[in-house]
Design a protein around this ligand. Structure first.
Ligand SMILES: Nc1ncnc2c1ncn2[C@@H]1O[C@H](COP(=O)(O)OP(=O)(O)OP(=O)(O)O)[C@@H](O)[C@H]1O
Ligand SMILES: [Mg+2]
Length: 113
């Protein structure tokens, strides 16, 4: 079974996480600059919240891997993305029906490793 690890991190953490994931053997990822909010609705420590929701810049990583490595990859991301503060991010793990490498038509696990 393939899974997509979709995670939202602080943009300044991207380089270190990318390097660590490559060292850990991850063979592909997609990165998007996004805006988002969590349960503080975009307010940082010390700010007085009002009714308006604020979007903060975040970086989204999408990494499709075999289920065997999901735990290792997510633990690595959690370790490196943690800041000790609010807004450090969130990880979602999503089942993936199938994957196809277009060049070769390989599918399933062979398409992502
Ligand atoms: N339920 C959600 N659905 C989709 N994206 C989310 C969700 N929760 C958080 N995000 C994304 O993750 C980013 C970081 O969330 P954040 O770390 O602030 O979560 P939190 O639940 O508020 O935790 P904390 O209390 O540690 O701040 C958000 O800016 C948003 O892009
Ligand atoms: Mg938050």
């Amino acid at each position: 079974m393939l899974r997509k690890i979709e995670c939202f991190i602080q943009p300044f953490k991207l380089d270190a996480i990318k390097e660590a994931l490559i060292k850990a053997g991850v063979d592909g990822m997609s990165v998007t600059e996004v805006k988002g909010f969590g349960r503080q609705r975009g307010y940082i420590n010390g700010e007085i919240p009002n009714k308006e929701v604020k979007f903060l810049p975040k970086t989204k990583l999408e990494i499709v891997v075999d289920e065997e490595v999901v735990d290792d990859v997510t633990k690595l991301i959690v370790k490196l993305a943690r800041t000790g503060k609010i807004g450090a991010g969130k990880i979602f793990i999503i089942p993936v029906e199938d994957a196809i490498r277009i060049r070769t038509s390989e599918s399933g696990k062979s398409a992502v490793t």
